[in-house]
Design a protein. Sequence first.
Length: 184
Amino acid sequence: MLKDFPVIIKNLDDFGPIPEVTEDGETFDENAYKKSSFTARVLGFPALADDSGLLVDVLGGEPGIRSARYASENATDKENLEKVLEKMQGKDNRKASFKCVLSLAIPTGAALTYEASCQGEILSKPVGDNGFGYDPVFYFPGLDKTFAQLSIEEKSMVSHRGKALKELVSEFDKVLEWIDIHMP
């Protein structure tokens, strides 16, 4: 999505090991910022990070910011998904959403934030083989499929991450100016 801009996108693996950031914030925004600002300070480059999760209405927004650690601190995707399905047994309200917050930070700590969400429903059993995490039980009515049934292209068009990234891309010219002003 950023291929037409004068930037080089690198993955953390391109830099070698850096210390891991503890995601102990109380919001997606706090965790995304912790990751982006720490990485930008350590590497000396602007850094983009996200924090995302599943929010189930009838569970009061759980698993929320603990989506990756819902069943336990080192839970697998399968264990987290099974815990959600267990807690959803007998529930009529299946409404849920995925939320993503992107944080683009520079080494001085300043950051820009983008967020988006995607509405759907939790199925009673997994369907589909693509994706990860809660994708097999997150049904997206707009395409009549679970996220695990979508192609990467379809998912990028409708998902919380895809929407947040589109927001960033839509004003990326301004973002580049902001970086130039704050990182001469």
